[in-house]
Design a protein around this ligand. Structure first.
Ligand SMILES: *[C@@H]1O[C@H](CO)[C@@H](O)[C@H](O)[C@H]1NC(C)=O
Ligand SMILES: *[C@@H]1O[C@H](CO)[C@@H](O)[C@H](O)[C@H]1NC(C)=O
Ligand SMILES: *[C@@H]1O[C@H](CO)[C@@H](O)[C@H](O)[C@H]1NC(C)=O
Ligand SMILES: *[C@@H]1O[C@H](CO)[C@@H](O)[C@H](O)[C@H]1NC(C)=O
Ligand SMILES: *[C@@H]1O[C@H](CO)[C@@H](O)[C@H](O)[C@H]1NC(C)=O
Ligand SMILES: *[C@@H]1O[C@H](CO)[C@@H](O)[C@H](O)[C@H]1NC(C)=O
Length: 414
């Protein structure tokens, strides 16, 4: 049996949260999964110098094709999302947002239709402020009009950024936009960024209000393509986990930003570490990588079914950092109990060590508050050649953890 106390606390905290009035548009019941251009392609708009990489109709069609043909859609990645730099520098004569005419010659609705025809969903980007972060038209004086334009284009997801706004009071505008999106009648996943402007300025965002207005929200700074960004983001999330984890659940998610797996900055081991901890945090799994050139070993990490199942667990609990030992971080996430014996868990391990050999880390499940008198089965979700094994909750589990590497264990009660 799982300790009754931990089960009880879990149920209690859900009950407490259920009384909060959350955004209920029926969407994002599990963390959203998809592909977004920003981290990998940024604001590359010169299609003469970068014909295959520039932010254009062609880029998104090509990525949509790869999402389907290379198994990402089958693995659960369903949204193709345009980030900043898609629009013309000016609104049209009716004040409507319009795409850059050279880079999106058929218009957005046409691209949206193409993406939908592939069985994918389509996401777009706008910014609450006077301008987007890259200097394109902002939405501040056009909230209702922009919500209607996006609905006409049949988008399924909106990332709403917060550059060039008054970050202290930006909540108000985001909440208005939530209402305008709802009023369009089209189900649109709503990704907010207001904490990413408040928290780095030492202002604690109102997470109750976030969960009422948004399906997910970027809590902290943007990720760049490096290991220090993964560890830096996790430092913030673990330091603030008691404050933010209670707001994670079906329909509303904390978002530590995109997966950078398959790009230039992370090694193979570091990529497993990002995937493991993002899975345990119930983070949205938003890839930002060139799907045309990604190496198969990275694709396999992104498409690991068992790891994705941990991330997509229906309980939607954001896992927490529970143990730091020998410069290795151990995170746990309770999963929906699948059998009578009690609750299953995922254990995400991330090493910050840089010394040569795979370090021998030891811990007991009891130390992680994972207890069961009959013991547990343990399975390593990245290593298929390793058989699952049995342990009691007080037996020490020894793992070889590679430098700056990651492991994800799946622990089921016997
Ligand atoms: C998109 O635009 C292309 C080129 O003009 C056209 O051939 C195609 O029919 C359009 N697709 C839709 C769905 O309108
Ligand atoms: C709008 O909000 C209502 C009340 O929360 C909800 O029932 C409905 O599904 C929402 N509609 C859309 C399109 O988001
Ligand atoms: C946070 O937002 C909720 C819901 O909108 C509101 O009831 C509460 O007063 C806010 N808390 C603070 C500290 O402003
Ligand atoms: C990402 O790394 C760069 C370079 O070290 C740093 O300037 C930036 O603040 C980092 N961002 C985050 C979110 O950690
Ligand atoms: C385990 O649970 C106890 C009692 O609730 C708590 O004090 C302790 O911090 C928890 N430890 C971990 C690693 O979560
Ligand atoms: C997978 O596990 C097997 C058996 O424990 C071990 O020999 C092998 O080195 C592991 N592979 C990796 C890539 O860690």
């Amino acid at each position: 049996m799982v300790t009754m106390t931990s089960k009880y606390i879990l149920i209690l905290s859900f009950a407490a949260f259920a009384s909060v009035d959350c955004l209920e548009n029926g969407l994002a019941r599990t963390p959203p999964m998809g592909w977004m251009h920003w981290q990998r392609f940024r604001c590359l708009i010169d299609c003469e110098i970068y014909p295959d990489e520039c932010i254009s109709d062609k880029l998104f069609r090509t990525m949509a094709d790869h999402m389907v043909d290379d198994g990402y859609l089958a693995a659960g990645y369903e949204y193709i999302m345009i980030d900043d730099c898609w629009s013309a520098k000016e609104r049209d004569s009716n004040g409507r947002l319009q795409p850059d005419p050279d880079r999106f010659p058929y218009g957005i609705k046409n691209l949206s239709d193409y993406i939908h025809s592939k069985g994918l969903k389509f996401g777009m980007y706008a910014d609450y402020g006077t301008k987007t972060c890259a200097g394109y038209p902002g939405s501040i004086l056009h909230l209702e009009q922009d919500a209607n334009t996006f609905a006409e284009w049949e988008i399924d997801y909106l990332k709403f950024d917060g550059c060039y706004s008054d970050w202290q009071f930006v909540d108000v505008g985001y909440i208005q936009m939530s209402k305008y999106l709802n009023a369009t009648g089209r189900p649109i996943v709503y990704s907010c960024s207001w904490p990413a402007y408040q928290e780095p300025n030492d202002m604690k965002s109102n997470y109750t209000s976030l969960a009422e207005a948004c399906n997910l929200w970027r809590n902290w700074d943007d990720i760049d393509d490096g290991w220090a960004n993964v560890t830096g983001i996790l430092d913030w999330f673990s330091a603030n986990q008691d404050r933010i984890a209670p707001f994670s659940g079906p329909g509303h998610w904390n978002d530590p930003d995109m997966l950078i797996i398959g790009n230039y900055g992370l090694s193979f081991e570091q990529s497993k570490a990002q995937m493991a901890i993002w899975a345990v945090m119930a983070a949205p799994l938003i890839m930002s990588v060139d799907l045309r050139t990604i190496e198969p070993q990275f694709r396999d990490i992104l498409q690991n079914k068992d790891v994705i199942a941990v991330n997509q667990d229906p309980l939607g609990v954001m896992g927490r950092l529970v143990l730091k030992r020998n410069n290795i971080d151990v995170w746990t996430k309770p999963l929906l109990a699948k059998k009578k014996g009690g609750r299953a868990y995922a254990i995400g391990i991330m090493s910050r060590r840089v010394d040569g050999y795979p370090y021998r880390l030891g811990f007991t499940l009891k130390e992680l508050n994972i207890t069961n008198t009959k013991g547990f089965h343990v399975k390593d979700l990245f290593n298929k050649s390793q058989k699952s094994y049995s342990v009691s909750d007080s037996e020490t589990i020894f793992l070889r953890v590679k430098p700056t590497g990651g492991i994800l264990l799946f622990v089921t009660p016997k």
